[in-house]
Design a binder for this molecule. Structure first.
Ligand SMILES: NC(=O)c1ccc[n+]([C@@H]2O[C@H](COP(=O)([O-])OP(=O)(O)OC[C@H]3O[C@@H](n4cnc5c(N)ncnc54)[C@H](OP(=O)(O)O)[C@@H]3O)[C@@H](O)[C@H]2O)c1
Length: 255
């Protein structure tokens, strides 16, 4: 077999939010390039379809439950990975919460807390556990799924956008401090992508046409188009790239 810059054979990858949407596409693509994928979401059963599809295509995967808003579950996840595999080469922080749509000034404190717990504390401690484990065997790659809303706040999505901006800062802070251990940390900023998460926007013709007016490519993304960017940043092909935040947005951020 010819090795390519995107070859992930021998690597163990943890993908949060892998039961559907972008996370399922990422899990499938990483496995197709040879990684053993630990597909994770709040319920292991929800990830079984992703795991089954990977195995049916000849890849290697397992399902593991981890609610990233729960610190004890994050700790248990990394203890289980260390015990079973003794290594982690790739972490894709993808699962996120967006429970509140509405005026920022009316944000419900419980929704605020949930969004911060999942999107900021969850990404942070997944990253710190992963980076420590990666450092034990010579390094690895973390890819954080942020959003274009890190740069341009979504209307009615104030606290969500704020947490995505925090992920950009987190990416740079981890990248700087973990580089000496050969742990690379990058982020992608997806634009509007056709998943359940974005269904209220993508499937409402009025909202969709308003959104498309700001996207130079004039269409939303398919989850596989986002996954390809994650593959690049997770792979040896990005061996000299750390701390970058890559827009995958049909040109939205230049418009
Ligand atoms: N779709 C877009 O337009 C868009 C645009 C920019 C950025 N993004 C970002 O892309 C990422 C994936 O979004 P998506 O559109 O693929 O969403 P999605 O289709 O709704 O999938 C979300 C995934 O996260 C899991 N999940 C939710 N809460 C979780 C938690 N607390 N702990 C662990 N897993 C959890 C869900 O599985 P379970 O329900 O089984 O737990 C599911 O697998 C998110 O970070 C989102 O902010 C999306």
């Amino acid at each position: 077999m010819t090795s390519t810059p995107f070859d992930l054979h021998g690597k163990v990858a943890l993908v949060s939010g892998a039961s559907r949407g972008i996370g399922a596409s990422v899990a499938t693509l990483l496995a197709a390039h040879g990684a053993h994928v630990i597909a994770s979401s709040r319920k292991a059963e929800s990830c079984q379809a992703t795991v089954d599809a990977i195995r049916a295509a000849g890849g290697s995967a397992q399902a593991l439950a981890c609610h990233i808003g729960e610190m004890a579950q994050i700790e248990a996840t990394f203890a289980a990975i260390a015990a079973e595999h003794g290594r982690l080469d790739i972490l894709v922080n993808n699962a996120a919460a967006n429970p509140y749509f509405g005026p920022i000034v009316d944000t419900d404190p419980a929704a605020f807390q949930k969004t911060v717990d999942v999107n900021v504390r969850g990404y942070f401690f997944m990253s710190s556990h992963a980076a420590r484990l990666m450092a034990r065997h010579g390094g690895g790659a973390i890819v954080n799924v942020a959003s274009v809303n890190a740069v341009v706040p979504g209307e009615g999505q104030g606290i969500y956008s704020i947490t995505k901006a925090a992920i950009v800062g987190m990416t740079k802070a981890f990248a700087r401090e973990c580089a000496p251990q050969n742990v690379r940390v990058n982020a992608i900023l997806p634009g509007l992508t056709d998943t359940r998460f974005a269904a209220p926007l993508v499937h409402d013709p009025t909202i969709l046409s308003r959104a498309l007016a700001h996207i130079p490519m004039g269409r939303v993304a398919a989850p596989d188009e986002i996954a390809a960017a994650v593959l690049y940043l997770a792979s040896p092909g990005a061996s000299y790239t750390t701390g970058t935040c890559l827009g995958v947005d049909g040109g939205y951020l230049v418009a």
